[in-house]
Design a protein. Structure first.
Length: 278
């Protein structure tokens, strides 16, 4: 009886292992896929063939007893093809059939290896170090890209510059916008800082003051602070006094996106792309 049960369990296990899905059906976002690939960079210094990408993702899917279907491989190629336009991490598929990182993609790897940030834990009331890794660096950039596209929807009569791509030179602001034309917009300049933090984390006070000082030094007329975490009560008070617009938490960001008939952050992360490289 025990032997029969063992055979039955083995059969079920084999069935699960053969379940063919897309990366989205397996619960992976495009940020997850990018992170998986970036973390294998040293194994593929000259770039990836499509079969290499499948292998990297399948290694992760095997943990869930799944594998990529043909449609899964197609949607994965679509994601990679669309990356250059949408996220800027990979070059278009080249004639020699290789996927290669752009300079922006290479920067994410370096940031992930080196970067760490002091934050204030609003639950414990203490400062702590939020260590970065390649996955967090990639997802942080994707959050900035999402926020940028939403802000373009909210403030269409502005020319936007993503200064946060140059982390060493951002000086307190990730995005700067200048008004185009004279009639449609109240402010000449907009400055934005974006933080992809844990729900309980607030910016360290020196980072908060750096943001305020950056707005002052650049004569920013409308300052916006967007965070997936929180502000401390003192930072909230200072934001009110300085007339800083604060968007605090993913739920609030998604609510605003829906007001402007724009996709939520989760929808952005779960987008699939029909284009593909052959």
């Amino acid at each position: 009886m025990d032997r029969n049960k063992g055979m039955e369990n083995k059969t079920k296990s084999i069935g699960k292992a053969n379940q063919a899905v897309t990366y989205k059906e397996a619960g992976l976002t495009k940020g997850d896929v990018y992170s998986l690939i970036f973390n294998k960079m040293e194994k593929y210094p000259d770039g990836w063939e499509s079969k290499d990408i499948y292998s990297i993702v399948n290694e992760k899917l095997a943990e869930k007893s799944k594998t990529l279907s043909k449609q899964g491989e197609k949607s994965l190629r679509g994601l990679m093809s669309a990356s250059y336009k949408n996220d800027g991490f990979f070059h278009p598929y080249e004639k020699e059939k290789k996927w290669r990182l752009t300079n922006e993609g290479k920067k994410k790897i370096e940031e992930g290896k080196k970067q760490e940030e002091l934050v204030f834990n609003t639950e414990t009331g203490k400062e702590e170090t939020e260590k970065s890794n390649i996955s967090n660096a990639v997802k942080g950039t994707m959050f900035e890209l999402y926020a940028l596209e939403l802000l373009k929807k909210m403030h269409p009569f502005y020319s936007w510059f993503h200064q946060g791509k140059q982390k060493n030179n951002e000086r307190g602001l990730d995005l700067i916008a200048n008004r185009i034309g004279e009639e449609h917009s109240k402010h000449k300049t907009i400055g934005v800082q974006i933080k992809n933090h844990k729900e309980t984390s607030a910016p360290q006070n020196i980072e908060w003051l750096k943001f305020l000082a950056g707005c002052f030094a650049r004569h920013i007329e409308e300052a916006i602070f967007i965070t997936t975490g929180k502000l401390t009560p003192d930072q909230r008070r200072e934001a009110g006094e300085a007339k800083v617009v604060v968007i605090e938490g993913i739920d609030e960001l998604n609510r605003i996106a829906e007001l402007y008939k724009y996709k939520t952050y989760e929808e952005y992360l779960n987008e699939e792309y029909p284009n593909e490289a052959e």
